[in-house]
Design a protein around this ligand. Structure first.
Ligand code: 5GP
Length: 211
């Protein structure tokens, strides 16, 4: 079996994809908190913050960080295991539910591949919210329940193993085939990465012109 096709994304590619989706997120969801899934969601969250402000205070949107890893990639780990497949490696600080109550939280990752990570992230965050809501009088719970949405830079067009409820707004900066994406923050030699990305683009343009 051959190597899967790789597509190299540059920092500028990603910046422009995020810029292109920011107006839609601002008008359709209006987040007042970002929850970045580490490590791939960190850089996109910071870039998105350049284009969005908190809708009521007009200030910068706070970025919270969580870490989830597919369990197979962490042999021998002692971190908490979730349903045998995904583990929390980092979570919101103490009282996570309190931080979330009443907020409009946008969960951010770089890529939606099998969707397992997004499903676990959302369901775990919702559990924290529900636990916190139990401490409030029933009449206040609905108004304080956190609204969640999801933003990914790339969504791979493929059958998904994880599911997101249909009422959760979902924003993808770009839809891609089921290829492997090489992100700039993963490479050691960024000049070489950018040079190869440029070559790939030129080659693709030539192929398109030939057809
Ligand atoms: P999931 O399969 O749960 O949607 O994605 C799990 C994680 O695998 C992602 O958050 C990302 O870190 C990693 N991943 C999935 N597809 C790719 C890819 O094409 N390139 C890179 N660099 N990481 C990926």
């Amino acid at each position: 079996m051959g190597e899967p096709e790789h597509i190299r994304s540059t920092y500028n590619d990603i910046h422009n994809i995020i810029r292109g989706t920011s107006d839609k997120i601002a008008s359709e969801f209006k987040p007042d908190m970002f929850i970045a899934i580490g490590g791939g969601g960190f850089f996109p969250a910071r870039v998105l913050r350049t284009f969005l402000k908190d809708p009521s205070t007009k200030t910068n949107i706070p970025i919270q960080a969580i870490g989830l890893s597919l369990y197979e990639s962490l042999p021998g780990t002692t971190v908490e295991q979730l349903n045998g497949e995904v583990v929390r490696t980092q979570w919101l600080g103490p009282d996570p539910g309190k931080r979330l109550l009443g907020r409009r939280a946008l969960i951010i990752d770089e890529v939606d591949d099998t969707r397992k990570t997004l499903q676990y992230a959302l369901s775990e965050l919702q559990k924290d919210v529900e636990a916190e809501l139990q401490l409030l009088p029933e009449s206040e719970r609905d108004s304080k329940r956190t609204k969640f949405a999801v933003f990914v830079v790339h969504n791979k067009l493929k059958p998904k193993l994880g599911k997101l409820p249909p009422n959760i707004p979902y924003f993808a900066g770009a839809e891609v085939e089921d290829v492997w994406l090489d992100y700039p923050w993963e490479v050691i030699d960024i000049e070489e990465h950018d040079r190869l990305a440029k070559e790939d683009k030129e080659r693709k343009n030539i192929t398109v012109e030939e057809h």
